[in-house]
Every structure is written in C-alpha cells, then in structure tokens.
Design a protein around this ligand. Structure first.
Ligand SMILES: Nc1nc2c(ncn2[C@@H]2O[C@H](COP(=O)(O)OP(=O)(O)OP(=O)(O)O)[C@@H](O)[C@H]2O)c(=O)[nH]1
Length: 582
C-alpha cells in the first residue's frame, strides 16, 4: 500500500486491469475515467488533477475519496484517499504478459464489451485470464451511443442478460454489468463530447474495492515497462512492483544486463518516496546505464531469478481451446514476464486398468501438482484429459516438459500460459491452450544431457516375432522381433512371452540377421515342442536343412505356430536408449 509523498496523507492503491476485445474501447474508457475523475467533483484532493492525467504506457491513475467501507476495513491504518491505477492491456501478446506478470497485483478486472458486438474472441480469452488471476470483475458495456435511443435500454438489458448467462459457469457469476459510452460519436467526435455513464462507473468501482493483500516480504520483482536517463542523476526505470519491496540505497539486479545497481531515488506518480512495495507503480532511479539496453524487462533482488532453458510444469488444458495439445508441438509460452516459443512434451502417470482413486484426487491448490524425479512417468502423444474431470477442474497428474527456444528469466513456481498466438484473431477461436505452474526449472544449457535423463518418462512398446526352432528343451531361436541392425545387447535380459504360454528371457543375438536366443527357464511344454518339430520337419523337407541351427531366413509364406511377445519400456530421454522390462 502506498504512502504518498506527503507523509501526512496516505493513499491506498488499487489496481484495475482494463481488458477486452480489440477496439472495444479500453483506452477510451481509461482516458474517460482518468479525466472525469480529475475534473469532476469526485475528489477533493488538490493533487488529484495532476495525478489523474498521468497516462504512461497503458498505466493511468486517478484518485478519489476513500469509500466508507474501506475506512472501516483499514481500521488502525487509515487512508485518506483511494488511488485507482488502471492497467490498460492493449494487443493480445502484451495482454497475457501483463496479466500473468501482474497476476498478484491486479485487484479487479474491468472487462470492456462493445455493446453492439457482444462477446468476441478476445472477450472470452480475457474472461479466462481473469478467472485464473483476478478475484473480482466488473463488466462495462461500452459504445451505448451506437444504439438507437428508442431501443437503447432494451438492448442493454438483453446484452446484460446474455452476459450473465455466459458468466453463470464462471466464478464471476454475480458480477455487476454497467453501460457507458466512453467516447460517444467515435473517433470523429470532438473531444468536447462528454462520456456517458462514467461517474456511475466510478461509483461502482469504489463500491467494488476491498483492502488488497500486499506483502512487502520476499524477493523483489519489478516489471519494467519504460526506461530513460536523466542527465546528472542516473537512469530511471518505471514499472510495477510485482513482489517484495524496494527502498533507496538497495542494490537491485537487472538480469537481462547481468548487472547490479544501487537505487538512488524512488518516485510514485511523480512524488519522491523512500520506498515502495508489491502493487505499487514506481519510477526507480539507479546509477547510470544506457536506457536503450532495457526497454522492458525485470528488476529483482540480486540472484533471485533463474534463467531457464527448459522446465517441467503442471498442466491443464483450457476448455475453450479447440486444437489438440500434441507432444512435440510448439506453443507460445508466457512465463514470468516473457513470451517465448517452446516445444512441449506431455506426460502423466502410467495408465491403470482398475482406476486407483487416490490418483484421481484433485490437489487443493488446484494448480500445483507435485512433481518429483523419483517417479516414473508415462509419455503422452497428446495431452490426456483425466477421466470424469472434463476440462473444468484441474487435471491431476498431468505435466509437461517445456524446451524453450531461448532461455527465459522467471521466478520459481510462477504461472505459465501456453497459447497459439499465430492463430488468426478473427478465426473466432480461443488461442489460449493450457495453463500451469512452473515446478522444476533446468538452468544448465546442456540440460538435455545432464537433467533430462533423470526425467524418467517412458513409452510402452510391444514387439511380436516368432519362434523359428527349438535347439534344446530350454532354448529356442526367435526371429522377426528385431531388425538386422538393432543392437540386441540393449534387449538382453528382457522377459518374453510365448503364445504357447511359456515365459522366457532373451539371452543374446544369434548370428547376424537379427535372430536371438531365448532361454525358457521352466522348459518347453511337450505340446510346444511337438508343434515346433512338425513345422521344422515340414520346413526341413522344403529347405533340406531341417533341424540344424543355421541363420537362413525362412520364407515369409512359412507359417510359424509359436509367437513371441515382448513388452518393454523405453525411456525417451535415455541417452543409452536402454530397454527396460515393463
Ligand atoms: N461510438 C463510440 N465509439 C467509441 C466509444 N469508445 C471508443 N470508441 C471508438 O472505438 C475505437 C477503439 O477505441 P479504443 O479506445 O482505442 O479501443 P481499445 O479497446 O483500447 O483498442 P485496442 O487497444 O486497439 O485493443 C476508437 O475509434 C474509439 O474512438 C464509444 O463509447 N462510442
């Protein structure tokens, strides 16, 4: 919670994410709110006008009188005013980046809907993101001036009903819906045209506020969105503190530049302060560096962030995503404050014939599925939705390995969103594919050799061959299970099953053509011997070499009555590709 420059007044900062489909009027609304608040009689604070028009890279703020319910809630720590910081989220990529980065600090989401167009693709995506990250929402139906005056009220009511129906299945079930015209007349209208419904919206926002939980503890993480230098003073980075706190004289790290810098001064909305904490928007002046090197990025407690080449995440498919989640496919991954491409490998626990109910228990934290290197995991060609869970609840026991195209810097356990941003926004399809939480990061560039072999993800394989002949009561020669070039040593010791019922063990290769010896511990059944010797006799007649151990390949047309079945596991990241018995 911010302490304003004047130590006699204390301002409570409340962050509102402004989200909605392209062109729904987010920026116009943010502008209308800021200017209405600073010019109208909402605020008796003399500094509000100056603050209210601070528009910088999608962030604006305005100050209003503290509502009574907050005065009561804040009890021993009374505030004098309430500052709304609007985080206007523009294009999609920056939207999810901002939201994920700001997940801990957005206290309320304002979903802007074009009243004429209703719910559009991005509206639905914003709703999803809101569900993942935001405790409260207000829906703003914008552009009501475009409705014919005589049908305006009924059209607004109809749209409100439709929205409530859509929201029924979300946790924003009873959220308020309000109608406005942020910029009546559209782009051509003169700026003097007064917005409609904005004072009412401000009142509604005030009612929806609560005391946000901010934690000054833990490592500092600040998202920087702008950087410039001031001659003689240093370089200023503006941004939002996502985690922890900072103060003058602290040393902070800029991971992208691999440098640490000392904080010389801090400002909040142009007023000097001695420090700031989670949720605050600040300008931080540090010792000089070239601002061009850091357009956007993060600042943190030295050594607290990790640069990852790959990661294991818990994963849940987003129900509205129509595409498939195929292993080895590439997705845009938003993690921490970055969006990068990554190749994804999905895996889960081995399938069970009889469902073990303990495996279907949903983790209460809903996003964090325990992950450990000690378990064995089952490779999935495609993400598997847990039985009976549909897409609504968290999937237990579903993970994914992400291999980033370039390393990412992020805090541990952060939220991860996978999307297909290259899908056409007008295709009317949800581009958010899955969400999860980062559970295990791989910081070593050579993770494929060092860490991945520890990740025991296996595929089940099945091979079928035939017994060619018997050499003695305890040994048979098999064929057609392996190719000539297969390294049979990798299979030595694996158990096989004969179609006649006996089990055996692969003892080693036999000759050069991929044949192999099987040791039958219990001995061959007399019937099996009988069956095989009759085939061998037949073959002997045909080929003239029956009974003798040789490497001649039998003709494909010759039927072999005894089959060999081999089931084994293959660990997909095993550098030696050793085969293991199932
Ligand atoms: N008629 C009318 N037009 C509006 C209203 N609000 C916004 N517009 C117009 O709608 C267009 C989009 O407005 P913006 O505020 O830029 O929308 P946005 O959602 O911020 O757009 P992006 O950031 O590009 O996603 C502009 O041409 C605005 O002038 C309104 O209340 N009525």
């Amino acid at each position: 919670m911010s302490e304003s420059a004047d130590s006699h007044t204390k301002t409570l900062n409340f962050n509102i994410g402004v989200l909605g489909h392209v062109d729904s009027g987010k920026t116009s609304l943010a502008r209308a709110l800021s200017s209405t608040a600073s010019t109208a009689a909402f605020d008796k604070n003399p500094q509000s006008r100056e603050r209210g028009i601070t528009l910088d890279l999608g962030f604006s703020s305005f100050t209003v009188n503290l509502p009574d319910h907050l005065r009561q809630e804040s009890g021993g720590q009374p505030y004098d005013s309430l500052q709304f910081t609007l985080v206007d989220c523009p294009g999609h990529a920056s939207l999810i980046r901002t939201i994920i980065g700001g997940a801990q600090i957005i206290d309320l989401m304002m979903l802007v809907v074009d009243v004429v167009k209703g719910i559009q693709t991005q509206t639905a995506e914003c709703l999803l993101i809101g569900e993942l990250t935001c405790p409260r929402m207000v829906v703003v139906l914008n552009k009501t001036d475009l409705l014919p005056p005589n049908k305006r009220q009924s059209a607004i009511e109809k749209m409100t009903k439709r929205l409530h129906k859509t929201l029924e299945s979300t946790r924003f079930k009873d959220c308020p819906v309000i109608a406005v015209a942020a910029k009546p007349g559209g782009p051509e209208a003169p700026d003097t045209e007064e917005p409609q419904g904005v004072p009412e919206l401000i009142e509604l926002l005030k009612k929806q506020t609560y005391l946000p939980q901010r934690d000054p503890g833990g490592n500092l993480l600040m998202a920087v969105d702008h950087c410039f230098s001031i001659r003689g003073q240093g370089t200023v980075m503006t941004g939002t503190i996502l985690q922890g706190s900072l103060a003058i004289n602290d040393t902070v790290e800029i991971p992208a530049l691999k440098v640490t810098k000392k904080i010389k001064s801090v400002q909040m909305f142009r007023k000097p302060v001695s420090g700031a904490m989670q949720g605050d928007r600040v300008g931080v002046c540090v010792t000089q560096f070239d601002p061009k090197l850091l357009e956007r990025g993060v600042v943190c407690t030295p050594g607290s962030l990790r640069t990852l080449y790959a990661a294991v995440i818990s994963v849940r498919k987003i129900g509205y995503f129509k595409g498939s989640l195929a292993t080895r496919a590439k997705f845009h991954i938003t993690v921490g404050h970055e969006t990068v491409m990554a190749r994804v490998t999905f895996f889960g626990l081995p399938p069970v014939d009889v469902p073990d109910m303990t495996q279907l228990v949903i983790q209460p934290s809903s996003l964090e599925t325990p992950f450990t290197f000690d378990k064995e995991y089952f490779y999935q060609d495609e993400y598997v939705t847990a039985q009976g869970q549909a897409n609504s609840g968290p999937d237990p026991d579903q993970w994914a390995l992400l291999e980033f195209e370039r390393p990412v810097t992020c805090p541990s356990l952060c939220l991860v969103i996978g999307s297909k941003l290259d899908t056409d926004i007008h295709a009317n399809a949800c581009r958010l594919a899955f969400q999860g939480r980062l559970l295990q990061g791989f910081e070593d560039k050579s993770y494929a050799e060092t860490a991945l072999p520890r990740l025991r993800i296996y595929k089940m394989k099945h091979k079928e061959g035939q017994v060619e002949r018997v050499t003695d009561d305890y040994t048979v020669i098999g064929r057609n299970l392996f190719k000539k070039e297969t390294n049979l040593q990798l299979f030595v010791g694996l158990k096989v099953m004969l179609s006649s019922g006996e089990t055996g063990v692969i003892e080693g290769g036999f000759g050069q053509s991929g044949k192999f010896k099987i040791r039958i511990q219990e001995g061959l059944h007399p019937e099996t011997k009988q069956l095989l010797s009759s085939t061998t006799k037949k073959k002997g007649k045909a080929g003239g070499k029956g009974g003798q151990a040789n490497e001649e390949e039998p003709k494909a047309s010759e039927s072999q009555p005894v089959g060999i079945h081999l089931h084994f596991k293959r660990y997909i990241f095993d550098p030696h590709k050793k085969m293991v018995q199932s």
